[in-house]
Design a protein around this ligand. Structure first.
Ligand code: CS2
Ligand code: MG
Length: 403
């Protein structure tokens, strides 16, 4: 099964999405997600100029060889652009191989380890009451796990909260990076009240998650972890920027609140020390940004040795192709923890017809051959790309901080 054509499809059905389509001499095709929020065109150029020409004529069944060709052969290894390009190729090749075998992807990975995949939804509000209403809405839909984010008194904007109530939250909503103002003291003094309010109203059963979004120092994260203990969170996510993996040991020394990290990771080297030192409980590196199924299953295998479970990143800036492939991976992987789910827009759902189904707080990937997600290219062409940038953060004294 030789690769005959490869195309990069960019569309913006509500937000920019990048898809790689590989076609073969057997009439089969596979697709992969290559969306890197706010840097989409960098991956498009990498694919079109440096990857696509090198794929034509290759044996599409040679997934591992192509992976190594693109990773070792790049000479300039790792990083979000390279690994998102490799991730898209790898996802498309596994889609192809499963289609050629006439089976759903989870079967190719080793079969199901569970009947359905628990997801967590996003409950956000401008204030605690607004957030509690959103939690209630998710609980009514059968969600067993909800991530809570809400506005912080005294701060005009904060991560995860849409500009206007009822609007979809889309962080990359400006042509060039907007500048937000962050204050750690206001946040730390306030956010435990949110956890307390959720437990008071919804009790102890509901899995409760929160995303700090990289904004604290290790000792501040340790303090928040401790303050959160009475509310037994499912996880506290991305407490501190994770370039310095050792920094998590300090957090671990002070709190038993479970820690999740990894959505910005691109390779096993970004998390090996975190996992081996048992400094985290959930690894969030996902298929698009961490080199596809072939590489993420290595990360999952290492994590399993240390009782670390998967918690795949799954916002709307990863396309339904990534979600579909992730749900197959989630169905198979022995050390599954939870899957993030942020509903895509109706336009996006129409551009990407898919076999996965939601019911009662869980997903099933479907039994269609491959990863079960397709792309309607004619419809996609109706939504041209529009540059959109993620914001940056500044402290009140003007210091450029972590967004
Ligand atoms: C977030 C993301 O979903 C999450 O956990 O951290 O929404 C993140 O902000 C975006 O993917 C950035 O593009
Ligand atoms: Mg996050």
């Amino acid at each position: 099964m030789r690769i005959t054509h490869a195309r990069v499809i960019v569309c913006c059905p509500g937000r920019n999405l990048v898809t790689l389509k590989l076609e073969t001499d057997q009439g089969l095709y596979g697709i992969g997600d290559a969306t890197l929020n706010g840097r989409e065109q960098a991956v498009v150029a990498y694919l079109e100029e440096h990857v696509v020409p090198a794929l034509i004529g290759r044996d599409a069944h040679g997934i591992e060889d192509i992976w190594q060709f693109l990773y070792r052969g790049a000479y300039w290894r790792r990083g979000p652009v390279t690994m998102s390009a490799i991730g898209a190729v790898d996802m498309a090749l596994w889609d192809l191989k499963a289609k050629a075998a006439g089976m759903p992807l989870y079967q190719l990975l080793g079969g199901k380890s569970r009947d359905r995949v628990m997801v967590y939804g996003h409950a956000t509000g401008h204030d605690i009451d607004g957030c509690l209403e959103e939690v209630a809405r998710h609980v009514e839909q059968g969600y067993r796990a909800v991530r809570v984010q809400c506005g912080i008194p005294g701060m005009a904007t904060t991560y995860g909260v849409a500009k206007r109530a009822g609007e979809r939250y889309e962080p990359a909503d400006a042509d060039l990076p907007a500048e937000h103002v962050w204050d750690t003291a206001k946040y730390l003094n306030f956010v435990p009240k949110l956890f307390e309010a959720v437990r008071e109203r919804f009790g102890d059963e509901l899995h409760l998650l929160h995303d700090v979004h990289h904004r604290l120092t290790p000792i501040e994260a340790a303090r928040l972890g401790k303050l959160a203990e009475p509310y037994h969170l499912f996880w506290l996510e991305d407490c501190v920027p994770a370039e310095n993996q050792e920094a998590f040991r300090l957090i671990r020394q002070h709190t038993t609140t479970p820690l999740a990290v990894g959505e910005v990771f691109n390779s096993i080297h970004d998390c090996r020390e975190l996992i081996e030192s048992q400094s985290i409980d959930y690894i969030r590196a996902t298929l698009t940004h961490a080199g596809g199924i072939s590489h993420v299953r290595r990360i999952a295998a290492l994590a399993e040795l240390y009782h670390v479970r998967t918690g795949f990143h799954g916002p709307t800036d990863l396309s339904p192709v990534c979600l579909g492939a992730a749900l197959h991976f989630d169905s198979w992987v022995p050390n599954f923890g939870i899957q993030e789910y942020m509903p895509h827009s109706e336009e996006t759902e129409a551009v990407f017809p898919h076999a996965y189904r939601f019911a009662d707080g869980h997903f099933t990937p479907g039994d269609a051959p491959g990863h079960g997600v397709d792309i309607d290219e004619d419809l996609a062409a109706k939504y041209p790309y529009k540059r959109a940038s993620l914001p940056v953060n500044r402290l009140e004294d003007g210091t450029l901080w972590h967004w």
